[in-house]
Design a protein around this ligand. Structure first.
Ligand SMILES: [Cu+2]
Length: 152
């Protein structure tokens, strides 16, 4: 007599639970084959090639020094550089005045004459070929203060 109502209640509860479950999942619109948000990497701003073509900026740098003990010669008798802008710096550690100069192929450039502790610098634009670097102080070149600069 009193069992039927219980079963009905249980059944109603079960039905209610089932209905709640169904309703809860109603929000999930399953089986919607929407394609994922197309994450296509935009190929923009990728034109950074060839921005570092520094042709003609930095040139060759050559350094040499006069003989420190007063002999009329440089510490190098041959130098080589790449064609283009060439900067030559000569240190003068001796008690005699010296300078750096270069000539050849139409180039004739002399640096300042410096005394002990000074630097003589010249900057020239050179084409491939052979040049002579020397000290333009009177008598020094003739005494052997010169060398060959090969430009390639
Ligand atoms: Cu000299």
């Amino acid at each position: 007599m009193t069992r039927m109502p219980k079963l009905l209640v249980l059944g109603a509860a079960a039905t209610a639970l089932a209905a709640a479950g169904c309703g809860g999942g109603g929000g999930s619109s399953s089986s919607t084959p929407s394609s994922p948000p197309a994450s296509t990497p935009a190929p923009a701003a990728s034109t950074t090639t060839g921005s570092s073509s520094s042709s003609g900026g930095a040139g060759s740098k050559l350094s040499l020094s006069a003989d420190p003990s007063g002999n009329l010669k440089f510490n190098k008798s041959s130098l080589s550089a790449k064609a283009g802008t060439v900067t030559m710096t000569m240190d003068n550690p001796s008690s005699l005045p010296h300078a750096i100069a270069v000539e050849g192929n139409g180039v004739d450039k002399k640096g300042a004459t410096v005394t002990k502790g000074g630097k003589s610098t010249i900057t020239v634009t050179l084409k491939p070929g052979k040049y002579t670097f020397y000290c333009p102080v009177d008598g020094h070149r003739a005494a052997g203060m010169q060398g060959t600069l090969t430009v390639q």
